[in-house]
Design a protein around this ligand. Structure first.
Ligand code: PMP
Length: 327
């Protein structure tokens, strides 16, 4: 606990830009080999491009100037990646071990000197006219990497609105799978939110309960209890969400994983988004109502501090989540 409290919050920054100067690292894994990223190209006719028949992952690597990258929960990301394929009823020639190994080799070749993001992508690579998972049942695999600082500001307090778009339901497009085509749902919600001047959207389930953000899970605090939606409320089963629930348990913060009503958002003491991209971003306003006292709350602060220290490999207790790659 002492170690946690004294740990400094280290936050990567790119002055709000999604990309740093260099938009991607030079090498990608494509069609079974390492190629220049700009040469990793597919046909306009590709099934995945036409129909969203793909699955992806997003993994963060944190740069340490001592000469290594700390990759956070790589195995868990590839586990969800393969589970997403299992949900679609398709396969890939790659095992989890092979995917981890290939990613690490690519990372060593790219030698990033900054915080970065790894994007594994598996997709129906055929040029068949119709979406046909029976015929396209072995997906191709590609991996590329980008420099990445903040996706949403983590220390400013962001504004969110409840979207009029509903979160995809599990019986329409399986919501716990990270399927490319699902992200039209995220894009519509985010488009609406940003057009109306909010930073991010909160999506409700078809039956009107709180699900999550456009690309992040949502936590609220009520009566000093940390609450997040149940995984059967159409959320992506976030790895950061799981990390935070474990932190809360270890820090003695009471948690509830349950159905959340929309009106609870308006009387929450604290609220934040969590995800690999967003990390932990606290919310200052929801539907133009100030959350709590409009400042980053105590519980959010504690969780953030532990999170940013852990992902950079500074917490011995959670070292097994970090894969340190010398570059
Ligand atoms: N929900 C959605 C829809 C997402 O795209 C993401 C980002 N992967 C998350 C939640 C958070 O998941 P994770 O913590 O595993 O990145």
């Amino acid at each position: 606990m002492g170690e946690t409290q004294s740990a400094k919050i280290e936050i990567s920054r790119t002055k709000g830009d999604f990309f740093m100067k260099q938009q991607y690292f030079p090498y990608a894994f494509f069609e079974g080999k390492v190629v220049k990223t700009e040469d990793a190209k597919i046909s306009i006719m590709t099934n995945a491009l036409q129909y969203g028949t793909g699955v992806f992952a997003g993994i963060r690597g944190y740069y340490n100037p001592k000469g290594f990258i700390n990759v956070f929960r790589i195995e868990d990301h590839f586990e969800r990646f393969l589970q997403s394929l299992q949900i679609l009823g398709v396969t890939t020639p790659y095992t989890k071990e092979k995917l981890v190994k290939t990613t690490i080799e690519l990372l060593k070749k790219n030698k990033p000197k900054t915080d970065m993001y790894i994007r594994p992508f598996t997709y129906a690579g055929s040029i068949n006219l119709s979406p046909n998972l029976q015929r396209d049942n072995s997906f191709d695999v590609a991996i590329y990497m980008l420099p990445l600082g903040e996706y949403l500001p983590v220390d400013k307090g962001i504004s969110a609105m409840v979207s009029s778009w509903r979160r995809i339901s599990d019986n329409a497009i399986p919501s716990r799978a990270k399927i490319s085509g699902s992200y039209i749902n995220s894009a519509l919600a985010r488009q609406q939110a940003t057009k109306l001047g909010f930073d991010e959207a909160i999506l409700l389930t078809e039956d009107g309960h709180v699900a999550e953000g456009s690309a992040e899970n949502l936590f609220i605090v009520r009566n000093e209890t940390l609450i997040t939606a149940d995984s059967s409320d159409d959320v992506l089963e976030g790895i950061t969400r799981r990390t935070i629930l474990k932190f809360a348990k270890d820090l003695g913060i009471p948690t509830e994983v349950r159905r959340i009503d929309r009106s609870e958002l308006y009387i929450a003491e604290e609220a934040f988004f969590s995800g690999t991209g967003v990390q932990i971003a606290w919310i200052s306003q929801i539907d133009s109502r100030v959350v709590g006292d409009g400042k980053r709350g105590k519980i959010t602060q504690k969780i953030s501090q532990l999170f940013f220290s852990t992902v950079r490999g500074n917490e011995r207790k959670y070292k097994t989540w970090c894969t340190q790659i010398t570059i």
